[in-house]
Design a protein around this ligand. Structure first.
Ligand code: DC
Length: 223
């Protein structure tokens, strides 16, 4: 039987970087489910469809094929209708579209089996918003990885500045809060810790400390 570790938490808690490093250390495959919602968000933008327009987004699903692949360094690639969109999905515009389309039940159903199949076939660390609560309720370890909104906005702001992009901290914070609200208050699969999850708060930790704490928490809870 394969082993699954579920990692959920809000946007910008460093989940993907931290979970990816922990997966490498533990020899698990890292699965970033947010990337799948982002691929659908990107498709709606390309088609000029408002990601809040449920009916139109649902219509588009029949044209969409999303899959995950690995490059030679085992990094996850996101494939949208045969095209590698891994880089294109990492924009603020796609983030917001992903958050919107992820509130649509048909979109979630569309991705659910794909996500479950990956966990059946491999030992995975799967990262998302509803992995411990909906996708893999029987995961061996469930972790809710979080940090305060101000710290998450500060990290995101520093990242944007480091990339040479223009950013205003207050705007980044407003985006973080808006996305939290979307993700936590939607009627379907809202972001919340599973009852049997361990809360890991990285507000006071740097990246290395966060990775070490995640690995320790997984090891302690998977015995
Ligand atoms: O983790 P991320 O920022 O790449 O996720 C993009 C959006 O997708 C985010 O607003 C929430 C949504 N999402 C979701 O609803 N369920 C998941 N399992 C993963 C992401």
């Amino acid at each position: 039987m394969s082993i699954a570790i579920a990692i959920d938490g809000p946007a910008g808690a460093g989940k993907s970087t931290i979970a990816k490093a922990a997966a490498k250390h533990l020899g698990f495959i890292y699965v970033d489910t947010g990337a799948m919602y982002r691929a659908i968000g990107l498709y709606t933008i390309r088609k000029g469809v408002d990601p809040k327009d449920t009916e139109k987004v649902v219509e588009l699903l029949s044209e969409i094929e999303v899959s995950l692949a690995r490059d030679e360094n085992k990094n996850q690639l996101v494939i949208l209708n045969g095209e590698d969109v891994s880089g294109l999905i990492r924009t603020e515009q796609v983030s917001m579209a992903a958050s919107r389309v992820s509130a649509i039940p048909e979109v979630r159903a569309f991705l659910l089996n794909l996500q479950r199949d990956m966990a059946k076939a491999n030992d995975v660390i799967m990262d998302g918003r509803d992995i411990g609560t909906v996708v893999l309720p029987d995961a061996k370890v469930k972790i809710f990885l979080t940090a305060s909104a101000e710290i998450r906005a500060r990290r995101r702001y520093d990242e944007l500045i480091a990339k040479g992009e223009e950013a205003v901290y207050e705007d980044v914070l407003a985006d973080v809060i808006e996305r939290d609200n979307n993700d936590m208050n939607r009627p379907i699969a809202p972001l919340k810790p599973a009852e049997d999850s361990v809360i890991v708060d990285t507000s006071e930790l740097n990246l290395e400390e966060s990775i070490a704490l995640l690995i320790k928490t997984i090891e302690e809870n998977s015995k």
